[in-house]
Design a protein around this ligand. Structure first.
Ligand code: ZN
Length: 462
């Protein structure tokens, strides 16, 4: 009996969280229809030779901010250029934000959908930022969940930006989400302590980037994570801590998980690759992001946390400010728009620093960069898996290929990269998204608007 498929990825080494095995992968109508040694290979309209290559599920980035405002600046990219860069770095699904700004959350959600419409080159889901303590905000939660937004975010800092919520609101959101089953994600930094030290350093004329990381020392993150985790455990809600940068924060999450709570920790590629030494450089202001990058000991604790299961995911926390925007704050750390461009480099950086340096198995890397984000954000097993019935989102990596990174070779609408000059592995040779070859040998073959909005389901515990 002969059978026909649209695409056959032949002779590669499939890597999943559970196993590594030689397999062919057959795709029809954008879905995976078979994975394994196929005794009767199908007729295929298109064949990709994967011999010598690692075949991974498309990466899922749980944390990106495309075209995002901070202070007076708005980051440079749009949903086409941002998602094109994502694809070139092996990411086939992004989870971005809709942000409530003095409006009904429903309105913020619809506005963001309109902004993405016709632009996204990869599939996307949205997390709703809840920034106002009001009944209209809390009552919008079930309504948004019915429309496929099951993850929410509260900022526990950024009082002056008008998006910070207090502990009463945090507890209230956790209670509502306990009731409806969604996922709360938080930016956990203690506002009072950070604001006090920032103001004090600025007043004393201590304005270079080194004082930024001193103002936001480990206690700022650790105390806030501890508080948010305590409240979530008390209520019994799902809580996901964004961008953990410290050993202490990792330990708090690990203890709660050990006790059986549904608490999840995310770290980001920059905390895994860099150390706070960057703030002592003459261009240290470029690296200002929140939370700031911490010590080498913290960095190793984050890797250990990823190995042990204390941490569950790696995000980019991508914000693409270019040098001119960053230079606005050259004289004072509190004037620098926060954030680093990373949507394109998240996977190669983690692959290089993790797998190539022996800190993490490739199976676990796949789990924390694809499978777990898909599970926690309600997209699994459509995303984050190479199973029959999953979307055919596939990344092919040549494990021996290496390149020296330079900003001009990247595609993120910015003129710099935090990883300039680093020798990186893990840039994909081929990227397939819903059965379509989107990237071939570093060339982007997609188009704006092909990415679809993903209606998320409830988080799956992992
Ligand atoms: Zn962020």
């Amino acid at each position: 009996m002969s059978w026909t498929v649209d695409l056959l990825i032949r002779g590669g080494t499939v890597v999943t969280p559970e196993a590594t095995f030689a397999a062919d992968l057959a795709v029809r109508d954008g879905k995976i229809v078979a994975v394994g040694t196929l005794p009767e290979p199908p007729q295929a309209r298109q064949v990709v030779d994967a011999s010598g290559l690692q075949v991974l599920p498309g990466m899922v980035d749980p944390h990106v901010h495309i075209h995002w405002p901070f202070l007076a600046a708005t980051s440079r990219d749009n949903f086409y250029t941002g998602t094109r860069a994502a694809a070139l770095g092996g990411t086939t699904t992004i989870i971005d934000y809709a942000i409530q700004r003095e409006c009904h959350p429903q309105e913020a959600f619809e506005q963001r959908r309109k902004e993405v419409e016709g632009q996204a080159a990869v599939d996307y889901a949205l997390t709703q930022v809840l920034a106002e303590h009001s009944d209209r905000t809390l009552d919008a939660i079930p309504q948004l969940m019915a429309q496929g937004v099951t993850a929410f975010k509260c900022y526990l800092i950024y009082r002056k930006r008008g998006i910070m919520v207090d502990d009463a609101m945090l507890l209230e959101v956790l209670r509502r989400l306990r009731e409806h089953g969604g996922l709360l994600t938080v930016h956990a930094e203690n506002a009072a302590i950070a604001e006090y030290w920032e103001a004090r350093y600025v007043r004393e004329g201590k304005k270079d980037a080194r004082y930024f990381v001193q103002a936001k020392g480990n206690v700022v993150e650790a105390e806030c994570i501890n508080r948010a985790v305590y409240l979530a455990c008390f209520v019994g809600a799902n809580l996901y801590i964004r961008h953990i940068s410290t050993r202490e924060g990792t330990e708090v999450v690990g203890r709660a998980r050990q006790a059986g709570h549904r608490i999840y920790g995310e770290t980001c590629s920059h905390y895994l690759a860099l150390t706070d030494e960057v703030y002592g450089r003459t261009d240290g202001f470029k690296f200002i992001c929140s939370p700031p990058i911490k010590s080498a000991a913290d960095r190793e604790a984050l890797w250990a946390g990823l190995r042990s299961g204390e941490l569950s995911a790696i995000g980019a926390d991508h914000v693409a400010f270019d040098l001119a925007q960053k230079l606005e704050g050259k004289e004072a750390f509190d004037q620098v728009p926060n954030g680093l461009p990373g949507i394109e480099t998240r996977f190669p950086v983690a692959y290089t620093e993790g797998v190539a340096r022996g800190r993490l198995s490739l199976n676990r890397l796949v789990e924390v960069m694809s499978t777990n984000p898909a599970k926690l954000f309600g997209l699994y097993p459509r995303k984050g898996a190479l199973l029959p019935g999953s979307d055919a989102d596939v990344v092919l990596v040549d494990p021996s290929a290496e390149r020296v990174l330079t900003a001009t070779d990247l595609h993120m609408d910015v003129d710099w990269t935090p990883y300039e000059g680093m020798r990186l592995r893990g840039f994909p040779k081929v990227v397939v998204a819903r059965g379509e070859v989107l990237v071939q040998d570093g060339i982007f073959l997609g188009r704006p608007g092909r990415g679809e909005f993903l209606k998320a389901g409830l988080p799956v515990h992992c």
